[in-house]
Design a binder for this molecule. Structure first.
Ligand SMILES: [Fe+2]
Ligand SMILES: [Fe+2]
Length: 441
C-alpha cells in the first residue's frame, strides 16, 4: 500500500536513495563470488576423473564459469557499491571447499555434489535475480543473467550422462545442509541452520592433491617421447628428420596433442592452491586450461580416424607426477617458460611437413594450436611474477625460472619414470606401428 510506503522513514543520504540499485548490486556481487569459487574448486575434479571426455567437459564448464564471473564483475562495476576487490565471502568459500572432498573420494560422487547441488542452486539464484530485478531499469544485468540461465541448463544437460546411476545421496545431503544454512547462494530462501553435530570434512581432513592423476580405463606409461621406435610412439629425432614421411609426423603430432591431457591435469591443480589470486589470473588460467583441453581433443578425435585404436595409446603420467610435488608457481613456470616456450621451433617444422599432405583439417588444428600456445606464453609473462609473489618468491623471474628448471630435473629423477607400461610392446602404439598405420612399411 502506498500509504505505508510513504510513511516509512527515509534513510539518510544516498544509500536510501540508491537502495534499489544497491540491492541488485549485492546480488550480482554474490553471483560473481559463487562463479569464481566454482571455477576455483570444480577444477579439482579434472585430474581425479579418468574419462577424457569428462575432463574436457569440466574444462569447458570451468571456462564458461570464468566468463560468467567476468561479465558479472564488469556489469557490477557499473554499479556503485560492487566493490573493487575480487574477494569471496568465507561463508561461500567454505561450501565450495567442502565440495572438493578428500583427494581419494569417488570423483563421480564429488561431481554429483557440484552438479546436482551447488550448480542447481546457482541456477535458482539466477532465476531469483530475474524475478526480483526490474526488467527495464536493470536490462543490462537481465540480458546477461538470461544467458547464464541458458548456460546452466545446458551444463546440467551435458553432465547428466556421466552421473546416471551414481549414488551420491549421502554426499549431496551433506552439501545441501551446508547450503541450506546460507538460505541458498543469495540468502533468498528460508535459512535452515546447521545442526550442531554437522562435521565439516575440510576441518577434519584438509584437501591435498592425489599423487597421480586418473586416466580411467586407458593404458598408462611414464612418457610417450623417446628414441626407440619399438618402445615409444614419438621418436623425437624423427619429428625433425626430413627423411620421415609426413604421414608419420602427422600421427605422431596427434599423439603429442592428445597427451596435452598432461597439461590439463597439472594446470587444473593450480586454482585451488591460489585462493588469494586476483580473479583475472584465474580467468586466464581457465582459458589456458580450456585451450589445452581442445588441443588434447584434436588428437583424441583425429587418431581413431587414422586407424589408431585409442585403447592401445598409453597415457603418460610423468609430468603430473613430478609437477604435483612442486608448488604451483613452479608448476606454472615449467609449463609456460619451459614446455610451451620451448616447443615452437619443433612444432613449426612439424607444421611445415604436415602441410605436404594437403590435409586442411590437420593444418587448421595445428595453426590454432600454435596461436593458442603463443597466448599461453604471454599469460606466463603476465602472471608468473604475480604467482611468485603469492608464494613469497622474491628472486628475479629469470633466476627463479632457471632454479626451477634445475629443480625439475632433480624431481624428475625422483618422481619420474615410475609408471610401468600397462601394455606389452606388441600391443601398445609405438613408432614402428605408426609406420605401418601410415602405410610407410
Ligand atoms: Fe597446447
Ligand atoms: Fe599451451
Amino acid at each position: 500500500m502506498s500509504a505505508t510506503t510513504s510513511t516509512r522513514p527515509a534513510p539518510a543520504g544516498g544509500a536510501g536513495r540508491m537502495a534499489a540499485v544497491n540491492e541488485m548490486t549485492r546480488l550480482l556481487r554474490l553471483l560473481f563470488e559463487v562463479e569464481r569459487e566454482f571455477l576455483r574448486t570444480v577444477t579439482t575434479l579434472v585430474y581425479r576423473v579418468g574419462e577424457p571426455e569428462l575432463k574436457y567437459l569440466l574444462c569447458q564448464h570451468a571456462w564458461e564459469s570464468a566468463g560468467h564471473a567476468r561479465f558479472l564483475r564488469e556489469r557490477g562495476r557499473e554499479l556503485t557499491t560492487f566493490g573493487t576487490n575480487d574477494n569471496v565471502h568465507d561463508s561461500i568459500r567454505r561450501v565450495f571447499v567442502e565440495a572438493v572432498g578428500k583427494a581419494a573420494a569417488d570423483p563421480f560422487v564429488l561431481t554429483a555434489g557440484f552438479y546436482e547441488v551447488l550448480k542447481p542452486a546457482l541456477l535458482e539464484a539466477y532465476r531469483h535475480y530475474l524475478k526480483v530485478t526490474d526488467p527495464l531499469a536493470d536490462w543490462p544485468s537481465k540480458k546477461l543473467v538470461e544467458e547464464f540461465v541458458a548456460d546452466e541448463e545446458r551444463h546440467a544437460h551435458e553432465i547428466a550422462p556421466y552421473l546416471a546411476g551414481i549414488d551420491a545421496r549421502e554426499w549431496k545431503l551433506h552439501l545441501t545442509q551446508a547450503l541450506d544454512d546460507l538460505g541458498g547462494w543469495l540468502g533468498q530462501e528460508t535459512r535452515l541452520p546447521l545442526s550442531p553435530t554437522y562435521v565439516w570434512q575440510q576441518e577434519k581432513t584438509p584437501y591435498t592433491h592425489p599423487p597421480t592423476c586418473s586416466r580411467g580405463k586407458y593404458p598408462l606409461c611414464s612418457g610417450v617421447f623417446g628414441f626407440d621406435p619399438k618402445e615409444d610412439p614419438i621418436v623425437r629425432p624423427w619429428l625433425v628428420d626430413p627423411k620421415t614421411d609426413a604421414r608419420v609426423i602427422r600421427l605422431m603430432v596427434y599423439v603429442w596433442l592428445m597427451m596435452e591431457m598432461d597439461a590439463i591435469d597439472y594446470l587444473a591443480t593450480v586454482f585451488i592452491e591460489t585462493p588469494h589470486a586476483p580473479f583475472d589470473l584465474h580467468h586466464d588460467l581457465a582459458r589456458h586450461l580450456w585451450d589445452e583441453s581442445r588441443h588434447s581433443q584434436f588428437g583424441f578425435r583425429q587418431l581413431p580416424k587414422l586407424g589408431v585404436d585409442l585403447m592401445t595409446v598409453e597415457h603418460s603420467l610423468d609430468l603430473y607426477n613430478i609437477l604435483v610435488q612442486m608448488p604451483p608457481h613452479e608448476r606454472y613456470a615449467m609449463m609456460t617458460m619451459e614446455f610451451e616456450a620451448g616447443s615452437f621451433s619443433t612444432k613449426a617444422t612439424v607444421m611445415d611437413r604436415v602441410r605436404e599432405l594437403n590435409d586442411f583439417e590437420a593444418d587448421t588444428l595445428l595453426a590454432f594450436d600454435r596461436n593458442d600456445e603463443q597466448n599461453h606464453v604471454r599469460y606466463g609473462h603476465r602472471w608468473l611474477p604475480e604467482m611468485m609473489a603469492l608464494f613469497g618468491e622474491t628472486r628475479p623471474v629469470e633466476d627463479f625460472v632457471k632454479a626451477t628448471q634445475e629443480k625439475f630435473k632433480v624431481f624428475a629423477a625422483i618422481y619420474g619414470g615410475k609408471v610401468p607400461h600397462s601394455l606389452p610392446r606388441d600391443r601398445r602404439l609405438t613408432a614402428e606401428k605408426i609406420l605401418r598405420l601410415a602405410g610407410v612399411t
